[in-house]
Design a protein around this ligand. Sequence first.
Ligand code: DX5
Ligand code: ZN
Length: 225
Amino acid sequence: MQIAPSILSADFARLADEVAVIGDTADWVHVDVMDNHFVPNLTFGLSTVKALLKHTALPLDCHLMIEEPDRHAPAYAEAGARSVTFHAEAAQAPVRLARALRSAGARAGLAIKPATPIDPYADLLPEIDTVLVMTVEPGFGGQSFLDIMLPKIRRARQLIRDGEHAVWVQVDGGVDADTIEQCAEAGADVFVAGNSVYGCDDPAEAVVRLREAAVKAGDVAWWTH
Ligand code: DX5
Ligand code: ZN
């Protein structure tokens, strides 16, 4: 069970400090790259990612909510992001892109929006390292968790169990102390959390609590046995 706090909910003017706060408790720093086209919001780009890499030992998990990921995503892997996730809805050649990310040394992630089913991507699972099931419409932090996505999380885990490749199932959007348990029960093992970490007085402690809840739910989950 891994926790990836999203700096979308952090203070953008103090990013290095905000990342340092979760340095001892988090597994990843989740960086939401938005281009104002694929989603109606604009955040960070490659130069911010390069700057952040100099300020943290935590691996960066770049979630690219951008158009033309085939063109832009490999540069994030080449810069040193350890995980680079592109959207299935935006990619022209997802297999070629996933291979490019892997050969640049990153984990390759495939993200799907709430209205995108996982089944059409089942055959691609050997080519990717992480499936990101969006549990809100991408674009903004602080939205409510869509529990209608729980069957998709379960389905993703089932497809992975039926196959031969170990693929992480990441959830992103509205993850908090309550919803994280539902996600872990359904099949998720990597949890993005923005508001429920950076909205707290003690973000490091919030990460610890989220992990405890995920581990507890995962211990009795159908897919861990
Ligand atoms: C939304 C982003 C998320 C966002 C989650 O499009 O992909 O990573 O930061 O924020 P919370 O946890 O506040 O829903
Ligand atoms: Zn994200």
